[in-house]
Ligand binder design. Structure first.
Ligand code: PGA
Length: 243
């Protein structure tokens, strides 16, 4: 499993880019980054274009996997197939999976376990909705997502991504004091120094430095700003080394 645990810059492409666009991105991006810098990045393309990453030298993973590796599950993605193609990671429980496809924490727990059995690192996404935030239930929600979604899981090989739903795709990230408070809470809750905690939600070059320098922020999960190689690389450059 991949061991880099700092300055992580993970790009969630969602349902964007066709095969040619993915290939163009990969060649442009590969010309920008050094071999060592590449280790800090991972990409989550839609499954149909994942083949573009094979032999690219870039880390990648599916945006979702089914809870079983094979069988009569029409339309699903197999983590075993992804690993066979060289995937190092898998996104599990992104808020769009939770809200649009009604994935429960119990279901997500099975997926996380299958990822670990399959020797791939799950990036487990958690986050509260705007309503839950307004009801001041953020910590309660996150605690439940972790207690059920990561039940009986060794967290040493898991990456956690805190993505407040109200900050995703809005252009307005969580404020540094919210990020600090929540990441401190999560660090305390999981009691495992091996588990990187990413922040996600409207990360861009202009806020990357301030957000990355916050205590217990080990990197980012980035949607919109990961679609352009130059913008993504500039997020990474802005992050700088952790002080
Ligand atoms: P965003 O998306 O960076 O476009 O807000 C983040 C995500 O959904 O992972």
């Amino acid at each position: 499993m991949t061991k880099i645990k700092d300055r992580l810059c993970f790009g969630n492409w969602k349902l964007n880019k066709n095969l040619d666009e993915a290939k163009n991105f990969i060649s442009e991006f590969s010309a920008l980054v050094s071999k060592d810098e590449k280790e800090h990045f991972a990409f989550f393309p839609q499954s149909l274009i994942a083949g573009a990453f094979v032999d690219s030298g870039l880390h990648w993973g599916p945006q979702n996997v089914y809870s079983l590796g094979s069988g009569a599950f029409t339309g699903e993605t197999s983590v075993k197939t992804a690993v066979g193609m060289g995937a190092q990671y898998a996104l599990i429980g992104h808020s769009e999976r939770r809200s649009l496809f009604l994935e429960s924490d119990e279901f997500l727990n099975q997926k996380v376990k299958l990822c670990l059995e399959s020797n791939t690192t799950p990036v487990f996404c958690i986050g509260e909705s705007l309503k839950e935030k307004e009801e001041q239930r953020t910590f309660e929600v996150l605690e439940k997502q972790i207690a059920s979604g990561l039940k009986n899981v060794d967290l040493s090989n898991v990456i956690l991504a805190y993505e407040p739903v109200w900050a995703i795709g809005t252009g307005v990230s969580a404020t540094p004091d919210v990020v600090l408070e929540v990441h401190d809470f999560l660090k305390d809750l999981i009691k495992n120094d091996e588990t990187p905690i990413l922040y996600g939600g409207s990360v861009k070059p202009s806020n990357a430095k301030e957000l990355y320098q916050i205590n217990n922020v080990d990197g980012f999960l980035i949607g919109g700003a990961s679609l352009d190689p130059k913008i993504l690389y500039s997020v990474f450059c802005e992050m700088g080394e952790k002080k």
